[in-house]
Ligand binder design. Structure first.
Ligand SMILES: *[C@@H]1O[C@H](CO)[C@@H](O)[C@H](O)[C@H]1NC(C)=O
Length: 304
């Protein structure tokens, strides 16, 4: 369910950058959006650790030290909530919603895998804040918070996601020269699937409600044909899958709900649906985003 957010038309947002939700949010709204992300992450990590003891981690093949690191990540999320709430004041700060992770993880392994995904999305959400900031609010107090504390938090989350990916999952510690920024609406389209209900008193934010996109294979190889599980309004209309990887986007045509996975993608990549190859902006998103993973082995090389 979509949380307490107004579905405003985003007028005047120019499609200059792939991941820009240009100028749609005031600085305070971006802090409020960040708190929505933090509240969800904090609830997710605390819930997983409350469910799985040290013995459960050991039985699943993860050391006590690994659970200790997850406890540190949970502490970080709780501290982000406290820090940002204090910064904008309790009157303006959204509080936690109710969340449902019942089907999202069912054992320690699926919990740590989802943690990697949620921390990556968190980092991407913070990295997209600067592009979403309305320049007319640059002089507001919260702008420094968004740009400076936001950068600090983005880096912490990216390190934590990198640790999960490498030490816990045995995959790559990083996946290229550029981390991936997402617009608030794109990031929230993934996280929103875990939200059940939010308090009415939480602030309205200019987030666009996007239909959930599921993919038939979340770890495909280049050249694979995958099915994008979304009902498109007009079967006749041309649609493309947009694959956001670092600062670049790659497109593939969708035919009868299927698309061929492009080559050259690495690590955590976000895929969505757009109507054309040249104007990927929140205004044009046809669906929300799904997370897909590609291996980035030690001998792989990135190109710009
Ligand atoms: C930016 O803020 C100004 C002043 O509040 C507002 O008039 C304008 O519509 C905002 N821009 C966007 C893209 O939301």
């Amino acid at each position: 369910m979509f949380p307490k957010t107004a579905l405003l038309a985003l007028v005047g947002a120019a499609a200059t950058m792939v991941s820009a939700q240009t100028g749609a949010f005031t600085a305070k709204q971006l802090v409020q959006f960040s708190l929505n992300v933090e509240n969800l992450e904090s609830a997710f990590l605390a819930g997983g650790l409350a469910t799985y003891s040290a013995a459960d981690f050991t039985a699943a093949g993860f050391t006590t030290a690994i659970r200790g690191r997850f406890q540190q990540i949970a502490d970080s999320e709780a501290l982000h909530v406290t820090y940002l709430t204090k910064a904008i004041g309790t009157d303006d700060a959204p509080v936690a919603c109710t969340y449902d992770f019942t089907d999202a993880y069912t054992d320690v392994t699926s919990f740590v895998n989802l943690a990697q995904k949620i921390e990556s999305i968190g980092a991407s959400a913070y990295l997209g804040l600067a592009g979403a900031l309305n320049a007319t609010t640059l002089k507001e107090d919260q702008t420094t918070l968004v740009l400076s504390a936001g950068g600090s938090i983005a880096a912490a989350k990216a390190r934590q996601a990198g640790w999960i990916t490498s030490t816990v999952q045995g995959k790559q510690p990083w996946d290229g020269a550029f981390e991936t920024p997402l617009t608030p609406s794109a990031a929230w389209s993934v996280l929103d699937t875990y939200v059940t209900d939010c308090p009415d008193a939480n602030p309205d934010l200019p987030l666009k409600s996007l239909p959930t996109l599921s993919v038939s294979n979340a770890a495909p190889s280049a050249g694979d044909t995958i099915t994008l599980g979304v009902t498109l309004k007009s079967a006749a209309a041309k649609r493309y899958a947009i694959w956001i990887d670092g600062l670049r986007s790659v497109y593939s045509e969708i035919t009868n709900g299927k698309t061929v996975v492009p080559s050259g993608l690495s690590g955590t990549v976000y895929v969505g649906v757009v109507p054309s190859k040249d104007a990927a902006d929140v205004e044009n998103y046809v669906t929300g985003f799904a997370v897909v993973d590609f291996p980035f082995g030690p001998t792989a090389r990135n190109v710009l």
